[in-house]
Write a protein that binds this ligand. Structure first.
Ligand code: SAH
Length: 243
């Protein structure tokens, strides 16, 4: 029997924000692999299963484990928060399959990603073209990130910044704000959402000039408006069209 790896996006955390397919996939799986924090979010859905929780840094390791378990004929769910193809396990699993030429089935189950979870809380900030950029330079060189931020700002994309700041990585968001300020006014609306749609949710709508005065960390997504974005009754809105 050919085994299967199911890359399951569980969305921001609560069951009500998971797709029916994601719930079903967790139910079907015999082995569940994922980072402990994510597995805790779906604890009651995976009780009694074989659970392998590896720490964050070992992505390739987790991918290998998933594929090797599947090769034994098992159904293996690899759990990612949000969407499994967005800064998550999806690529690692396919890369490992390619490197090893392994024959297992793969299914990708999409999830609500941080960008849309945060946007939903803020109003409708993604109503026009937007660019999603991770400020983490662990896997992408910082020069590349800087260039992408600059080009996206020049193109007047709304910006969605993932991995904006961690304990050891504090300068990136400051530099990003500096670049954005070259092209957009200080009054540009900015939404900062921590723990969107999970316990501990915090929400701030502020401006480009003020954004660095608010706490930003690795559980936060930052959305910077384009030239048309406005605030109405406490919501951040990007119109569908340009006036
Ligand atoms: N696969 C995930 C993203 C992983 S990268 C997804 O699709 O959502 C990790 C980054 O995602 C965090 O640093 C943060 O910027 C963002 N993030 C993930 N979950 C979040 C949430 N509930 N609220 C706000 N930001 C979140």
């Amino acid at each position: 029997m050919i085994g299967k790896v199911i890359l399951v996006g569980i969305g921001p955390g609560a069951k009500e924000h998971m797709s029916l397919r994601a719930l079903k996939a967790l139910e079907e799986a015999e082995v569940i692999i994922g980072y402990k924090t994510y597995l805790d979010l779906v604890k009651e859905l995976i009780e009694g299963k074989e659970i392998i929780s590896k720490s964050m840094k070992q992505e390739m390791e987790r991918a290998k484990l998933a594929v090797e378990e599947a090769k034994k004929g098992k159904k293996v769910a690899v759990v990612s928060s949000g969407d499994p193809g967005i800064y998550a396990m999806g690529s690692a699993v396919f890369e490992y399959l390619m490197e090893t030429g392994s024959e297992v089935d793969v299914e990708v189950v999409p999830g609500i990603t941080a960008a849309t979870a945060a946007a939903a809380r803020l109003g409708a900030p993604l109503g026009n073209d937007f660019a999603v950029i991770s400020l983490s330079d662990l896997l992408t060189p910082w020069e590349v990130i800087v260039k992408r931020v600059e080009e996206a700002v020049k193109g007047d994309f709304v910006l969605v910044l993932y991995n904006p700041k961690s304990k050891g990585r504090v300068k990136q968001i400051e530099k990003a704000a500096e670049i954005i300020m070259k092209y957009r006014g200080e009054e540009t609306p900015v939404g900062i959402v921590k723990n969107a749609m999970r316990p501990g949710e915090e929400l701030v709508i502020t401006t480009l000039g003020e954004m660095l005065n608010y706490p930003i960390d690795m559980l936060t997504t930052v959305i910077v408006g384009n030239k048309e974005t406005f605030i109405y009754k406490g919501k951040m809105i990007t119109p569908r069209g340009y006036k």
